[in-house]
Design a protein around this ligand. Sequence first.
Ligand code: DGT
Ligand code: CA
Ligand code: CA
Ligand code: ZN
Length: 574
Amino acid sequence: MARLNDQVQALLEEYADLLTITGGDAFRARSYEKSARAIGGWPTDLADMDPKAILEIPGVGKSTVGKIDEVRRTGTIDAVEKLRAKIPPGVRAMMKVPGLGPKRALALHQDLGVSTIDDLRAAAQAGRLHDLPGFGGRTEENILHGLEVLHQAAGRADLGTATALAEEVTAALSAVPGCLRCTWAGSLRRMRETVGDLDVLAAAHDSAPLMEAFVALPSVAEVIVSGPTKTSVRTGAGLQIDLRVVSPEAFGAALVYFTGSKAHNIKLRTLAVRAGLKLSEYGLFDAGTGENLASATEEEVYAALGLAWIPPTLREDRGEVEAAASGELPVLVTERDLRGDLHTHTDLTDGVASLEDMLATAKARGYAYYAVTDHAPDLVMQRMTDEKMLAQRARLQELAGHYGRMRLLHGTELNIGPDGSVDWDAEFLSGFDVCVASVHSHFGADRATQTRRLIRACENPHVHVIGHPSARRVGRRAPIDVDWPAVFAAAARTGTALEINAAPGRMDLNDDHVRAARTAGVRFSIDSDAHSTVQLANPRFGVGTAQRAWLGPDDVINAWPWQKLKRFLTKPDL
Ligand code: DGT
Ligand code: CA
Ligand code: CA
Ligand code: ZN
């Protein structure tokens, strides 16, 4: 099961949305939103906490404690169910369309009788939304974009959700007597940004105890098919998990096969055929004699094909097989290479943990440096002021040396305005050790505007990193429309790093963009964008993206020692 915290967070966020659109008390809605975030970011699983301890989570009151108890007992919240029932399911689906949002979805339903996603698409395509109040400019186009984003993500889980589930399932199965190996394969092992289903592989002489334990897992809601070699289930959240149990002698070949990708497997099989061999999920065989040449480990299978072992994140048939054949596989950046985090928040803005708690968790990660980058004042709802920022800087100076060798950097996350300008004047900006600058508004502007905007931000001598450059939200918001080659060239020319934002809901830049940017000579920063101590563990997901783009430690500025990073943070005169 995912943490109870995540389940409660999702329900409370939905409750806040439903309250807002059904005309409920806006103050109550905001307070539920706040407790939702606090609970999602709380490091201890709610399931292991008593009500008194839960009440001590900042932003959590008695009524929320009652709702948490309800979720624990029933899996849902009655008040949420009641509000859900008031709104037709098609309209609730429309509310999730990026670019439309809850209020406009409800208005369309009430004024035009548009009550399904299909109605909405037809109306937008026919240009019928154009002249409605609140639908001006590029709204119609953005809604069509949003429908595309939803379609691509349909039924797919983000990397964070999928990883948590995979860890839970493989830990439970590994504990079953007779289980010799258990790991995940498929797109999750390749660390794609979303995962269609989970593929779990186990080795045992007798599969029955594993299959029994699997279908009895608490997160399993439905068994789709069950047999001695393969069982498929669906979780309560709707994600499919396939478990395959193989004999230990065939584990390596099965792991290669079920890790994929399909394109990578086809390439391997072609290679095998040319050498007079046959490759399957059971092993690599001599096509003539049927002799088993390799099957127990992945290394043996690759070696018998004349290849070095290929890291799963590369297995997409993008040149990795050729590189493995000629001994030219890249040295990839790993999570252990990361020496710091350059984009993090505290409860001074929208984080849910204190500065001290964030620092203590960062120190435990073994970092050599750590930047606090709370939001800047142009994001009005964050209520940042010069005084608050300077007080935080003073506090950081007091804390210097309190966290071992970890160097504390004072930074900020600036807002890139529609014209490419950022918060504060040059003098104030020069007081920061590091500035991340990100797009948080005007997502619908046209390509020329967005491109100019990002290039101008790169040209700003105070901006070191462009945060979540495409501003997309996985499955929820389309990327902004940008001439990427032009922005990559500007980032390279100005010595501005582009972020690989590792929050699983962002994953921004994505692997394709990172690959193109690297070719253009860009450097990257793999950041957590943590708003809680738990999220400081996000960088592992960004490392997946970096590896998929073939990045090595030299390409990543927060894999550099402090002295080298320090030089990078002094931008060249343009
Ligand atoms: P997903 O689940 O859509 O995110 O993507 P994958 O890559 O996990 O795909 P999935 O679950 O359909 O299959 C898992 C792996 O099994 C896949 O990466 C490669 C292998 N596989 C599945 N079907 C085929 C096939 O028809 N031919 C070959 N060569 N391999 C296959
Ligand atoms: Ca899969
Ligand atoms: Ca599958
Ligand atoms: Zn941001």
